[in-house]
Write a protein that binds this ligand. Structure first.
Ligand code: SF4
Length: 363
């Protein structure tokens, strides 16, 4: 086995399909995000979905809080390429409406819809139209009696809440669903997912809710989701950040890339730099990350400031550069080629990375 082969054995689960994206049963782990525009502002919401599509999002969730938003959803759905999940709380009529408008998944908790007749109408509609449901339990909004029983949102409390919704769908003989049990505390969320993973066979959607800003939220999510994914738990994920939603997608893919679960685009390997560096490594990496966001072909590119670690990293990368005086050694598939000019490093590397990506994509 190469040290770049996947090393994680995934939990067995059933499969659902969110539009054209398969979830569970060994399907690639899907990266999700959520729009934060007003859904009634169709233009802004579509623009955000397009931006998310450009960075590779698999599925986008859109809040549909009102009937006006449901009407806007109809227009948004017509313009989105990726599958859309409608996020609905309480109002079953909105669920029926977006189902009519072609929603790909309903995020609704059956226990919160109301009486049996309403629950049944939503579940029957989902069944008739092949629309899966996501049960989404959040540590911040547990049922009152569960809060009183446990005193605080413990992992067991969150799972008990989720299982209530699962039991409703079981009773109605509906198994096309996935479940999330999110908490803002990493340990609580991780433990809740571990418990739930043993109790149901459906796919799990991972997330650390309200994780925080771009940096702290990314770290928290990487730890929480990383622990779960490394144990094989998780079939879709969302990194919740108080930041531009496209950042959520980038961090989501970075987490999957780090765990060698799913590659998309360039995996940059860069040294932290020190006084030995022969060119501006940090500036080069940051600029190339920005310029090459559109590349989806997986490849490792090592950018190392000197010959201490440069040749070694380059040997194990698709492309690599090892800093030298005025000119730096360039490697392709582990073989040393020519040298790049340190003062034209960004342009020359961009050109070569793009050429390599095109070559690999055409294979
Ligand atoms: Fe410093 Fe060279 Fe190590 Fe980079 S690879 S941190 S430049 S010694």
């Amino acid at each position: 086995m190469s040290n770049k082969d996947p090393i994680i054995k995934r939990r067995q689960s059933t499969r659902i399909n969110v539009g054209h994206v398969p979830i569970g049963d060994g399907a690639p782990i899907a990266v999700q995000s959520m729009t934060n525009t007003r859904t009634t502002d169709v233009e802004a919401t579509v623009a955000q979905i397009k931006a998310l599509e450009r960075v590779g999002v698999d599925i986008v969730r859109v809040s549909v809080p009102t009937m006006d938003a449901a009407e806007a959803f109809k227009l948004i759905k017509q313009q989105a390429k990726v599958p859309l999940i409608a996020d609905i709380h309480f109002d079953y009529r909105i669920a029926l409406k977006v189902a009519e408008y072609g929603v790909d998944c309903l995020r609704i908790n059956p226990g919160n819809i109301g009486n049996e007749g309403r629950i049944r109408s939503v579940v029957d509609c989902a069944r008739d139209r092949n629309i899966p449901i996501r049960i989404g339990v959040n540590s911040g909004s547990l049922e009152k009696d569960i809060q009183e029983k446990y005193g605080e949102p413990t992992p067991q409390a969150i799972v008990e809440s989720a299982l209530r919704h699962v039991e409703i769908l079981d009773r109605l003989n509906f198994d096309q669903f996935k479940v999330s049990v999110k908490a803002s505390d990493v340990f609580t969320a991780v433990e809740a997912y571990r418990i739930l993973a043993k109790q149901i066979k459906q796919p799990l959607h991972l997330g650390i809710t309200e994780a925080g800003g771009a940096r702290s939220g990314a770290v928290k999510s990487a730890i929480g989701l990383g622990l779960l994914l490394s144990e094989g738990i998780g079939d879709t994920l969302r990194v919740s950040l108080a930041a531009d939603p496209t950042e959520e997608v980038k961090v989501g893919f970075d987490i999957l890339k780090s765990l060698r679960i799913r590659s998309r685009g360039i995996n940059f390997i860069a040294c932290p730099t020190c006084s030995r560096q022969e060119f501006d490594v940090i500036g080069t990496v940051n600029e190339l990350e920005r310029r090459l966001e559109d590349i989806i072909t997986p490849m490792d590119v090592s950018i190392i400031g000197c010959v201490v670690n440069g040749p070694g990293e380059a040997l194990a990368s698709t492309l690599g550069v090892a800093g030298g005086h005025n000119k730096s050694g360039f490697y392709e598939d582990g073989v040393r080629h020519d040298r790049l000019d340190n003062d034209k490093m960004i342009e020359q590397l961009e050109e070569r990375i793009r050429a390599k990506a095109a070559l690999l994509a055409n294979r």
